[in-house]
Design a protein around this ligand. Sequence first.
Ligand code: F3S
Length: 292
Amino acid sequence: MEIILAPNAGFCFGVKRAIKLAEQAGNENLPYYTLGPIIHNPQVVNRLEKNGIKAVTSLEEITTGGVIIRSHGVSPEVLEEAKSRKLRVVDATCPFVRRAQELAGELTDRGYQVVVVGDRSHPEVIGIVGWTGSRAIVVENAREAEKLGYYPQIGVIAQTTQSEQNFRQVVEVLKKKSKNLVVHNTICHATRQRQQAAAELARKVDLMIVVGGKESANTRKLARICSETGTPTYHIERADELCASWLQNKERVGVTAGASTPDWIIEEVVTRMTEIKQEEQKNAEEIQPVAE
Ligand code: F3S
């Protein structure tokens, strides 16, 4: 069995940067907290916690010390509140997310109705909407865009981890909803490259394994893209979730991973797959009929 690792699998630039900033903060003599898990990967979150950086769900849980804003970013109100609580702020918002926030804010100031294409419950989208004074409308897909009314000016922004196809479909619908449509494709390069590479690989293999947190939106999207190619696809978080039966009679297996999956977890998955195949081979040899 051949195992092929997709190019661009695993940690993206923004996640690496956020983790590095959090680790640097951990070296300071100050209690630090992340607003929400730094990334959607329980193993990394546990490791940071061992270094004294705890994830909290709201600023109200922090009485002293500092707060680390994760790569998803937050609304200006949250930043203001952190400052008014006299907390030290380490802003690890990914620069690509920052760009989407700024564009959303600028378009709103210029009188555009901002439409964000993304998952409305995702923290990144909630943050971007915050930069428009909560005036932006979020649509998840073309079906939802169809329901929008007419606006003289519309500005479209994408959640950085959206799929190109979904974004394009929404833009097509919005062309009918305004005479003046401004489109900012803010899908980040890392996402675009990872999704393209995963789809290309999925078309060439018999099975795809997508590694990443079950709560990670970009990993789930990656799994959907792979599965849409028609290749059987499994989304796992850890190597011990692999089932030997998935690998049976498979000649080529592709592996990819979301932006929040550390390299060591990808390596564990590849190693476990190799072990499963070796065990299978050994068992097959053991049950060979004895030559007469
Ligand atoms: Fe940033 Fe793109 Fe990663 S927006 S956090 S580099 S997926």
